[in-house]
Ligand binder design. Structure first.
Ligand SMILES: [Zn+2]
Ligand SMILES: [Zn+2]
Length: 386
């Protein structure tokens, strides 16, 4: 009724303006960009696992580049299944580097200018151990195709593929290790073959989070076997269909602590295990990397007291990152108007009132970072004296 009574030109203006302002807001809040660490290293967001129609994905590789730019990823790997080619009748795909080449072309000449880094890779896809493994940073994926047909698969041909990747200084990640097909109860048991692949440096990383799955047991394997902690989307459809972006979620990624903004810098960070997986607003990593990341994201600032005899002190907590930080205040510190659970919004701040503290008293804050995991069922803990 309202719309019918409006003159035609204002309807046009409404249609033009309304979706535009929506999309600007959505774009800003979805951007996965992190501030640098205090030691000057960069924190780059990387999706190490994506598919297109060149294996079993549903989109052309150019769409992956557009999506990555929407999320403002720092880097994305192209990792088509080498052996699993369900679109072979339509896309014969004799050169397994083709999806990467198309993505690179789009990134250079496409409709958007961006600073996205593209990482060449492939998903070695085998039935037996090692299962699905992403090989990243390799120049030519074709030599990794060591079987003509999937019935020729053996552990030895799979190992040969990993050796071909290692010969190109590849970094290899065990993908979705707790797959129900392999471990129906979700608890990973490392076989002798799998262990030999770790020992020979043929697998250096492990996905603790893949798409919408996070698995405690894979984090424990990462810690027990000294593997790099990885989170990735493994996107086949569309990011905006698989993730509730407007609800504040984001694709699963890894943040890598790098000395430089380059594919080489990311490779070095992965080999040195300088990573944190970021999955559905949760941070998963080793204790040191979580503490280092927290230091770069969160700032505590004691605000000047309004009155000298005040028995409560205001502390502003700011978050420079793109994801809300959830904290619990521990110890004998009491807060006014708060039960001790504090959300520090992304790119924002919150103020807590600490009771029984005169302006001259030190405050010893002990905190649990509730949306971080340094081991199964274990959050990172932090201490700050203000
Ligand atoms: Zn897979
Ligand atoms: Zn995959």
């Amino acid at each position: 009724m309202m719309i019918r009574s409006l003159p035609l030109f204002s309807l046009v203006v409404l249609l033009a303006v309304a979706p535009l302002s929506d999309s600007i807001e959505a774009t800003e809040s979805r951007e996965l960009r992190f501030p640098p660490l205090k030691d000057g290293r960069l924190v780059l967001s990387v999706d190490t696992h994506t598919h297109s129609v060149f294996s079993d994905g549903h989109v052309w590789p150019t769409v992956r580049v557009w999506e990555a730019n929407k999320d403002r990823l720092d880097a994305m790997a192209i990792t088509e299944h080498l052996e699993y080619q369900p679109n072979r009748d339509d896309i014969p795909h004799p050169d397994r580097n083709r999806a990467f080449e198309l993505a690179v072309k789009e990134n250079k000449q496409g409709r958007e200018r961006s600073d996205l880094l593209l990482i060449p890779g492939a998903e070695i896809t085998r039935k037996y151990a090692p299962g699905h493994v992403n090989a990243l940073f390799i120049e030519d994926t074709n030599p990794l195709l060591t079987v003509k047909h999937r019935r020729e698969e053996t552990f030895e041909t799979a190992r040969k593929a990993l050796k071909a990747a290692k010969a190109q200084q590849g970094f290899m990640i065990w993908n979705h290790p707790a797959w129900p097909r392999d471990f129906p109860d979700g608890v990973i048991k490392i076989s002798r073959e799998q262990q030999s692949l770790f020992d020979e440096g043929l697998i250096q990383g492990i996905e603790v989070a893949n798409g919408e799955y996070f698995n405690d047991s894979s984090l424990q394997v990462a810690l027990d076997h000294d593997l790099t902690i990885i989170g990735a989307s493994d996107i086949h459809g569309l990011i905006d269909y698989d993730y509730d972006i407007n609800g504040g979620s984001h694709r699963t990624v890894t943040v890598a602590f790098t000395n430089e903004r380059s594919v080489e810098g990311i490779a070095a960070a992965l080999f040195q295990k300088q990573t944190v997986a970021v999955y559905d607003r949760q941070f998963i990593g080793r204790e040191t990397e979580l503490q280092t990341l927290f230091d770069s994201l969160v700032r505590f600032e004691r605000l000047p007291a309004r009155r000298n005899d005040s028995q409560q002190t205001a502390v502003r907590i700011s978050n420079a990152g793109p994801i809300d930080i959830e904290l619990e205040v521990l110890g004998d510190v009491s807060l006014n108007k708060s039960a001790g659970y504090v959300t520090v919004p992304s790119h924002g701040s919150t103020v807590i009132m600490v009771l029984d503290h005169a302006p001259s008293d030190e405050i010893d804050l002990k905190l649990e970072w509730l949306n971080s995991w340094q081991a199964p069922k274990t959050h990172a803990r932090l201490a700050r004296t203000l």
